[in-house]
Design a protein around this ligand. Structure first.
Ligand SMILES: [Zn+2]
Length: 417
């Protein structure tokens, strides 16, 4: 089985090829055009499109175009012909989204992750399954139209076995059969992907206005990481763990990191670490709890303080902007990307500050020798970005028989609708 062929099959190979071509056409496509686009015979196209119509995955638009030969009936994707669920498991919040076949957001929900869900994976799976049930029930979408579920998780991931391996903030989930359990609890074919990679998938699918074939998604959450799209393909790495940017070593004498080394990049930008420094400086109440939930509010206060010009708060934030600027220069030199997209749970808190302070700190020198500019932007998708990416992965599997853009390690194949 080739890598990447593990996605929920809504259709056979030819059906998927045809469906993908129909999806790519904005104004619909005729059967004659499909013959030319796919290389399949007219008879095969006729059979395949009939099946897709019967199953409600495509519509005849009724539009007849001119030109030589008989009038042609145009075919379009039926947006409500299928749906995909995306789940983002984060130590602080569990996000669920429902997308239609075109990738439109139909519904979403946010569950402030109860600590029990983090401490007890069984409870966590039950909570997620209940949230998915509620999400579907809150719409008019028939459950049997849901093709599958994509779940995005913090790394490191064991993509082959569908597990996370010692995720620093979700240790009880280590080696828990996450994908299998979620599949059993929801009854939906389930795919697993690393969170930062899912964010890049979402941006690739959704940002039609500013398409880039080479970009990095900078994920600013409890930790930091990057998702990469290189030459229009999502880069997963050999084990599905690409993008572990938080442990780039930027200061050999820097503070100790959870990985056991000193001076990791994440220590310069991680909200909990900045809050800790602010507490030590007396900028924030030193007695305030700094659990994962509390850090959010404390970090907001720190940023607000920096915005008003409090010198030490500003200095803390500027140091993290400096680190991000250097990081972007390094990554851009390494990968020759032309776009850096920022997003993730903490991004909106620092967005204004970074947008003001970052551009002047991204300094390319003449020896960097870039022949193009680098566009820095915020994600168009917002806080749901990772869950949306996980759901896009399910849709991609329905459209792309090769799944070349989204190769992930083997998982269970099940036939969907
Ligand atoms: Zn580290």
């Amino acid at each position: 089985m080739p890598r990447g062929s593990n996605l929920p099959a809504v259709a056979g190979f030819n059906e998927t090829v045809v469906l993908d071509q129909i999806r790519r056409s904005d104004d619909g496509v005729s059967r004659v055009e499909l013959v030319a686009l796919t290389g399949l015979s007219p008879q095969t196209i006729s059979n395949v499109t009939r099946k897709l119509l019967q199953r409600g995955l495509i519509n005849e638009t009724g539009k007849v175009v001119g030109g030589p030969g008989a009038p042609r009936m145009m075919l379009q994707l039926n947006p409500v012909g299928g749906f995909a669920i995306g789940v983002h498991i984060d130590p602080v919040v569990i996000t669920c989204v429902l997308l239609d076949l075109e990738g439109n957001l139909v519904a979403h929900s946010h569950l402030r992750a109860p600590s029990i869900a983090i401490e007890d994976p069984e409870e966590g799976i039950a909570a997620i399954a209940a949230a998915v049930d509620q999400l579907i029930a809150g719409t008019a979408v028939p459950r049997d139209r849901v093709i599958g579920l994509g779940v995005a998780v913090p790394g490191p991931v064991d993509a082959v076995r569908g597990r996370v391996v010692k995720p620093p903030l979700m240790l009880p989930w280590s080696e828990f059969p996450l994908r299998e359990s979620l599949e059993a609890a929801t009854g939906l074919p389930t795919l697993m992907i690393k969170d930062v990679t899912a964010a890049a998938v979402a941006e690739q699918w959704m940002n039609a206005e500013n398409p880039s074939r080479n970009f990095v998604f900078f994920y600013y959450g409890t930790g930091v990481g990057v998702g990469m799209v290189l030459n229009d393909e999502v880069h997963n790495g050999a084990s599905g763990n690409a993008g572990n940017a938080g442990h780039f070593r930027i200061a050999p004498d820097g503070p100790m990191c959870s990985c056991g080394r000193r001076g990791c990049f994440s220590q310069a930008v991680r909200p909990a670490r900045l809050v800790d420094q602010a507490q030590q400086l007396g900028l924030l109440d030193a007695t305030a709890a700094t659990d994962l939930h509390s850090v959010f509010g404390l970090f907001e206060r720190l940023v607000a303080s920096a915005e008003t010009g409090e010198p030490q708060a500003r200095q803390l934030l500027v140091a993290s902007v400096e680190a991000v600027g250097s990081f972007i220069v390094n990554v851009t030199n390494l990968l020759d990307v032309d776009r850096i997209v920022f997003g993730g749970p903490y991004w909106s808190t620092v967005e204004k500050f970074f947008q003001r302070e970052l551009p002047e700190r991204i300094r390319f020198s003449e020896i960097d020798n870039l022949s193009h500019s680098v566009n820095v932007a915020s994600s168009v998708i917002g806080e749901d970005v990772v869950a949306v990416g996980a759901a896009c992965l399910v849709l991609a599997g329905s459209f792309s028989p090769q799944s070349s853009k989204l190769q992930i390690a083997p998982a269970v194949i099940k036939v969907g609708v």
